[in-house]
Design a protein. Structure first.
Ligand code: PEP
Ligand code: MG
Length: 858
């Protein structure tokens, strides 16, 4: 039994605002919010380790368990200030004996959190069987019960000798150590004072440098040697081994999984290819040539070749004095940092700006990379100019990445070169000159395009992008897809030899760049584009009207949104409300959950952007394909069938309570309704409702808020009548409903073409749910991907669906399609669809019914 080493409030470890502790990478335990500045021994034992900066102590219990007590978060940064050690390493201590005193006021002012994780480290061979949380504890009060892990065989795998430690581990990350795992590894060392190096494939890397970690080129299953020295060496090797081996089959937790249908994932889903030779020679491809490429952003364009060459910014090798150059370097980095921070913080108008913001955040991390900085500073100390030092450092790292076989890592070279240019521009003031003046309808040709180059171009003049190199998963491809600019990549060096101004058809639907095609082909493409534009303009103009079928049946067409900017864009596209706010956007890519105030403000911004139209806020849908690193999640063999959706919220009541309180804070409250993901039975709804009622009482909220159930499992479709006894409405999530009905993983690219929500089995489940809703005169919506398919809309309406919540951009199309059919036609079509043998048959039926071979519905 361990006793409380501190007086304070004991909470679950997940409350610790640090992913390394909250995700239990280093071990399981509790976190104590201290009320007093004395840390004591949690059991009889020996003081095994005192961090050099005095903020953490490890005690080894007589039975062998190692208990790490880490006072506050990020307190290593205080470098010992405010801490007084009253014991020594190796001392035998009694339970409750003082080990460390700390200045509570100073920590409260200087550390991000006082929460003190008390954990049984993972290599102890013990596991927790009971813990006391959610109450105040005094020193000596019972805190945790441990028992030996039966499976724990012998001594820990690592060896620690004095201030050094070595350990071997295997890479469990499915795609090896690419950008995100590298960031996770580096982040796990944030609180530890140790110099740590990893060795793999004959290379060595500083474990705090994401660039160096990526350059290892380590793949899934590779053995890695971890070597650490310094006061926290043992903890450091333990943390890294835990991260490296953290996930056997699952994707790295904290990564954003690819969701079919997202702009970014459309690019990511395209397999990487071997690059064709880049040495194109000087001759322009002959008129009529067709250059095959990889589709990075779908679409069709016609325009003239415009070569975008990256300006080579001249830098002198010799500097004007070490101090002068170092100052210039730090100033330039400061300018770039400020610009990137601004861009990263912008929610931006539209998905393009949002993607650019996320990429800016990644660039910020590279800007602070210790290996890059270290290399540049060595060069500066040798008398080189700031520009030369930075360029050499970046190019050295880029050269290493280029040698790797993994195309995902090679694509990160673009990011490095982009950062090189940004810092050089800040140093030399060459900025303004590097933004080119584009002609109308430019098809921008480049060897490879950098994200900052793309966002600097005038989007109204860019018809398409064509690059010789590059990959479909590169950051620039993701931005292009989000900006809806057609793009082909990996066209090979021939593209670079294209005549400036040559007429081109960029067909990013078939994957070819057509060089100076015959006039008839140009005319054909122009007329297809003109027809598309005219149709779009007419539909946009009509989109602000209420949606009605040809016979006047009112259908509500809402939008799925993820930010205030998207909500504004959706309203411009004719959205009559938001049928699904995926609140995950607030919880992903960070170290801890947003608090009530942050959530309330975000929901309020979206409610305001909707201008009084209904806002359906879905509670956090974590787990499955949306893992969140800081949420405690037991290892799961099959996360799609594990703790996800409402199950995660019920398992983390404080998280759910905070979210419900935030939703109750939105004004006017009548505008909002709540949607619960992954429901399988009424009890789950009742539980959330009970909490909601309790909170309404607590907050003196008199209005009631509608609570809806997502129908995403066959169980909820079949039990829809029972669920409606406790819920107000249904919203069908066809993405998951299809995955669970067809037993096909929605993220599996090999099954992507068969994962079709128009499968008659899925339609029959929708039919069951819609009939249940009709029987009780309740509203049933569809908010999954199928609602964004104009071809499917008449079938859904025919089945009895009242509301479609779609991607904003397709709303004009949806409204137009529904305006051409009557309810009776929709019903007849739906009946026929239910009788089809497979999804392909449903699709051809729908195409025939919509006329023009389905073109009208595309
Ligand atoms: C769905 O499953 O259809 C749905 C809308 O939820 P998500 O795609 O966020 O899982
Ligand atoms: Mg879902």
């Amino acid at each position: 039994m361990l006793v409380a080493p501190l007086a304070g409030w004991s909470t679950p470890l997940d409350e610790a605002p640090d992913a390394v502790f909250a995700s239990r990478m280093m071990g399981d335990g509790v976190a104590i919010d201290p009320l007093d500045g004395v840390l004591c021994a949690p059991c009889d034992g020996e003081v095994a380790l005192i961090a050099q900066s005095r903020h953490a102590v490890t005690v080894r219990a007589a039975g062998g368990a190692a208990i790490l007590m880490h006072v506050g978060i990020d307190t290593v940064n205080l470098k010992g200030e405010g801490f007084t050690v009253v014991t020594r390493e190796g001392a035998r201590v009694r339970s409750g004996e003082a080990l460390l005193r700390f200045d509570l006021d100073l920590l409260a002012r200087r550390a991000p959190s006082l929460l003190t994780p008390v954990i049984v480290t993972t290599d102890s061979g013990f596991r927790l069987v009971r813990r006391v949380v959610g109450r105040e504890v005094r020193v000596g009060d019972p805190l945790m019960d441990l028992e030996p892990e039966r499976a724990a065989a012998g001594a820990p795998a690592g060896s620690a000798a004095g201030q050094g430690a070595v350990r071997r581990a295997r890479v469990a990350f499915e795609h090896g150590i690419h950008a995100r795992p590298a960031a996770l590894l580096a982040a796990s060392l944030k609180n530890l004072a140790a110099d740590v190096r990893l060795r793999a494939r004959g290379r060595e890397a500083n474990a705090r440098s994401t660039v160096a970690l990526m350059a290892l080129g380590a793949q899934h299953g590779d053995e890695i040697e971890i070597r650490a020295s310094g006061p926290d060496a043992a903890l450091a090797v333990q943390a890294l081994a835990a991260v490296l081996g953290a996930e056997a089959a699952a994707p790295p937790r904290g990564t954003v999984a690819v969701r079919a249908g997202d702009a970014a994932s459309a690019a990511a889903a395209i397999p990487a290819v071997t690059l064709p030779a880049l040495e194109g020679g000087g001759t322009s491809p002959a008129p009529g040539a067709k250059l095959p490429g990889v589709i990075a952003s779908r679409g069709l364009a016609v325009g003239r070749a415009f070569h975008l060459r990256r300006p080579e910014i001249a830098v002198a090798e010799a500097g004007a004095g070490v101090a002068h150059e170092t100052n210039a370097f730090d100033r330039a980095r400061g300018v770039v940092r400020a610009r990137l921070e601004r861009r990263a913080a912008e929610s931006g108008a539209g998905a393009g700006a949002r993607a650019a913001g996320e990429i800016a955040a990644a660039h910020l991390e590279l800007l602070e990379d210790p290996e890059l900085l270290g290399a540049a500073r060595v060069s500066l100390a040798q008398g080189r100019s700031a520009g030369f030092a930075w360029r050499e450092a970046v190019r050295g790292a880029a050269a290493q990445l280029r040698t790797l076989a993994d195309p995902r890592l090679r694509e990160r070279v673009d990011d490095l070169l982009d950062l090189e240019t940004q810092v050089l521009v800040a140093l030399t003031g060459a900025g303004a000159a590097s933004v080119p003046e584009l002609p109308e309808s430019a098809i921008v040709i480049a060897r490879e395009l950098l994200p900052s180059q793309l966002v600097a171009l005038d989007p109204t003049r860019v018809a398409g992008l064509a690059t010789a190199a590059g990959g479909a998963t590169s950051h620039v491809s993701i931005i292009a897809a989000a900006m809806e600019i057609p793009a082909l990549v990996a066209l090979g060096g021939t593209a670079l030899a294209l005549r400036e101004g040559a007429e081109l058809v960029l067909d990013a639907e078939q994957g070819v760049l057509e060089v100076e095609p015959p006039p008839a082909r140009l005319a054909e493409v122009r007329s297809v584009l003109a027809a598309r534009r005219a149709r779009l303009a007419a539909e946009r103009a009509a989109a602000q009207r209420e949606c009605r079928t040809a016979d006047g049946t009112r259908i509500e067409v809402f939008a799925n949104v993820g930010s205030a900017a998207e909500a504004e864009a959706a309203v411009r596209n004719g959205a009559e409300g938001c049928g699904l706010l995926r609140t995950e956007f607030l919880f992903l890519e960070r170290d801890s959950a947003p608090d009530e105030a942050e959530q309330r403000a975000a929901y309020q911004r979206i409610a305001d952007a909707l201008g009084g139209r209904p806002l359906t806020i879905r509670t956090l849908d974590a787990g499955g394909d949306k893992p969140i690193a800081y949420l405690p999640q037991p290892p799961e063999e099959n996360p799609a069938l594990g703790l996800r959706g409402v199950r995660t919220s019920i398992a983390n009541p404080s998280l759910l309570r905070t979210q419900l309180r935030a939703i109750l804070g939105v004004r006017p409250l009548e505008q909002t309704r709540i949607l619960l993901p992954m429901i399988t039975e009424a009890a789950e709804v009742q539980l959330v409702r009970a909490m909601l009622d309790e909170l309404r009482l607590e907050l003196a909220v008199t209005q009631s808020v509608e609570v809806g159930v997502m129908v995403e499992t066959p169980a909820s479709a079949l039990l829809a009548d029972r669920l409606l006894a406790v819920a107000d409405f249904l919203s069908i999530g066809t993405n998951d409903l299809t995955q669970y009905t067809l037993a096909m993983d929605r993220g599996n690219p090999q099954l992507a073409s068969r994962l079709d929500a128009l499968h008659p089995a899925v339609l029959r489940l929708i039919d069951t749910a819609a009939q249940a809703a009709a029987g009780q005169a309740r509203m049933v919506a569809v908010c999954g991907g199928l609602a964004s398919e104009p071809l499917a809309a008449p079938i859904l309406i025919g089945l009895g669906v009242h509301e479609l919540s779609a991607v904003g951009a397709v709303i004009p199309r949806l409204k137009a399609c529904l305006g051409r059919v009557t309810l009776a036609e929709c019903r007849a079509l739906a009946r026929e669809a239910l009788a089809q043998p497979d999804a392909a048959a449903v699709r051809s039926l729908a195409r025939r019914a919509m006329g023009e071979g389905g073109e009208g519905a595309r």
